[in-house]
Write a protein that binds this ligand. Structure first.
Ligand code: CTP
Length: 411
C-alpha cells in the first residue's frame, strides 16, 4: 500500500481511559509517514498530559478554542484546513453524541464541523454505553453522513467487564487509517472506462425490454475511480440518478450502443469495469409503428445481444485490465468463478441478488475473485463498497502484472 507523502493527520483525543494509548498511536502514525497534530478535549487532559503528546508528535498540542496565543499561530479554521484527515481516538460516547448533533462547544467539535477532510472515529467506552440505543443511534447517524467508524473491539475492559467497547490497538488503527487514505490515489494517472445502468432494447416506439438496475453501483464506482485519481469515462444506460461530476459521461440505450460507446472510449484505457446490467437478448430492429393488440398471443423472437465484457476481454491489442460483475441468485462463488473463466476477465465482483437484495439498495456486499485469489468486502454503503473495490482492483492489477495496455506495450 502506498503511503501518501507527508499526510497530515489531525488526531483528536477525548476523555476515555484508552487515551493512555494515544502517544503510541501518534508514534505509529508518524512511523507511516504522517505529520500529526494533536487536539485534546478537556476530558482527555485528565487521562494524559499535553506534554507527552507534544513530545511524541513534535508539535504543540491544541486544547482550547479560546487560546489567543495558539489562535494567533494557527487559528481553528486554519487547523481544520491543514488536516488531510481527522481521526478521533479514543472517541467517547459523549464526543460521538456531540459530533452527531453538530455541537461546536469546544475546539475538537468545532474543527470537526469546519473541516472538509475525511473524518474517522475510533469509539472506546464501557460495553453498556456502546450498546445503549442513544449511542447506537448516534453511530448510525455518523455512518450515514460518511464518517468512518473503526472498531470498537471486543474484550476485557478497564471497568472489569467483558464485551464490545475497547478501542482498536494503535498499530491496527494507524494501519487502517493510512491504508484507507493511501487507497485514495491508487489510480493516479490511469484511464478507467466504467459501464453502468440497465440497457433498453426497443420493441416499438413505446415499448422496450430492459433489466432491473438502478445504476447506483456503477456510478459509485466511477466516482471512486475519479477520487482515486483516474480519468473516467462512464458509459450508462438509462438511470434515474445524476452522473458524478468530473467524469466524461456517455448516455446510451441499447446493448449495441453500449458496446460501441465502450469500444470508442477504450483507446488509452488501463481498466474496464463492466457494472452494467446488459440485456442478454435483443429484439429484431424495432417496429416503426406501435405493435397493436390484434391477436391473443404475441410471440417475440429475440436474438443474443453482444457480450460487451467478453468482447473487451478478447481484444488482441490495447486490452485493459478487465473487471466484470456477476449478479447471482445461488451458488454465488461457484457461478462467478465459472463466469470469470468463461468471459476471460481478469476479475469478477460477485453479489447475491433476488429477494430484494442489492437492487436499489444503498448497502451491498461483494466477493471479489481473480485467478488464484479472492477477497470479501462485507456489507457497507455502495460508495464505501466502490472505494474498497477500486483499492482491490488497483492492488491486484499491480500484483498480477495484468496491467492491460501498459503491460502489453513492450519497453
Ligand atoms: N455483460 C456484458 N454484456 C452482456 C451481458 C453481460 O458485458 N450482454 C457483463 C455484465 O456487465 C457483467 C458480466 O457481464 O459485468 C456478467 O453479467 P451477468 O448478467 O451476471 O452474466 P451473463 O453473462 O448474463 O451470464 P448469465 O446470465 O448466464 O448469468
Amino acid at each position: 500500500m502506498e503511503t501518501p507523502r507527508s499526510l497530515r493527520v489531525l488526531l483528536g483525543v477525548t476523555g476515555g481511559i484508552a487515551a493512555y494509548k494515544s502517544p503510541d498511536l501518534v508514534r505509529r502514525l508518524r512511523e507511516r509517514g504522517a505529520e500529526v497534530q494533536v487536539v485534546m478535549t478537556a476530558g482527555a487532559s485528565r487521562f494524559i498530559t499535553a506534554l507527552s503528546l507534544q513530545a511524541v508528535s513534535g508539535r504543540p498540542v491544541r486544547q482550547e478554542l479560546w487560546d489567543e496565543a495558539a489562535e494567533a499561530a494557527m487559528g481553528h479554521i486554519e487547523l481544520a484546513r491543514w488536516a488531510d484527515a481527522v481521526l478521533v481516538a479514543p472517541a467517547t460516547a459523549d464526543f460521538l453524541a456531540r459530533l452527531a448533533h453538530g455541537r461546536a462547544d469546544d475546539l475538537l467539535t468545532t474543527l470537526c464541523l469546519a473541516t472538509t477532510a475525511p473524518l474517522t472515529v475510533a469509539p472506546a467506552m464501557n460495553r453498556q454505553m456502546w450498546a445503549n440505543p442513544a449511542t447506537v443511534a448516534n453511530v448510525a447517524l455518523l455512518k450515514q453522513r460518511g464518517i468512518g467508524v473503526l472498531g470498537p473491539d471486543e474484550g476485557s475492559q478497564a471497568c472489569g467487564e467483558i464485551g464490545a467497547g475497547r478501542m482498536l490497538e494503535p498499530g491496527q488503527l494507524a494501519e487502517l487509517l493510512m491504508s484507507q487514505l493511501g487507497a485514495d490515489r491508487v489510480l493516479q494517472g490511469l484511464k478507467v472506462v466504467v459501464s453502468a445502468g440497465p440497457t433498453r432494447e426497443r420493441l416499438d416506439p413505446v415499448r422496450y425490454i430492459s433489466n432491473r438496475s438502478s445504476g447506483k453501483m456503477g456510478y459509485a464506482i466511477a466516482q471512486a475511480a475519479r477520487d482515486a485519481g483516474a480519468s473516467v469515462v462512464l458509459v450508462s444506460g438509462p438511470a434515474e440518478i445524476d452522473p458524478p461530476t468530473g467524469v466524461e459521461f456517455v448516455a446510451v440505450e441499447s446493448a449495441r450502443q453500449m458496446r460501441d460507446a465502450v469500444h470508442a472510449a477504450l483507446p488509452g484505457a488501463d481498466i474496464y469495469i463492466g457494472a452494467a446490467a446488459v440485456a442478454d437478448y435483443q429484439a429484431p430492429p424495432a417496429a416503426v409503428q406501435k405493435i397493436k393488440k390484434t391477436s391473443e398471443r404475441l410471440k417475440l423472437e429475440l436474438t443474443r445481444a453482444p457480450d460487451i465484457l467478453a468482447s473487451v476481454a478478447g481484444l488482441a491489442s490495447g486490452r485493459p485490465f478487465v473487471v466484470g460483475f456477476a449478479a447471482e441468485t445461488e451458488n454465488v462463488e461457484e457461478n462467478a468463478r465459472a463466469k470469470l473463466a468463461r468471459k476471460g476477465a481478469d476479475m469478477i465482483a460477485a453479489n447475491r441478488v433476488g429477494d430484494d437484495l442489492a437492487f436499489d439498495r444503498d448497502e451491498n456486499s461483494l466477493i471479489v475473485l481473480w485467478d488464484g485469489g479472492r477477497e470479501e468486502i462485507p456489507t457497507c454503503g455502495k460508495f464505501e463498497l466502490a472505494r474498497r473495490l477500486v483499492a482491490v482492483i488497483a492492488r491486484v492489477r499491480r500484483a498480477t502484472g495484468r496491467a492491460g495496455r501498459t503491460a502489453a506495450v513492450p519497453g
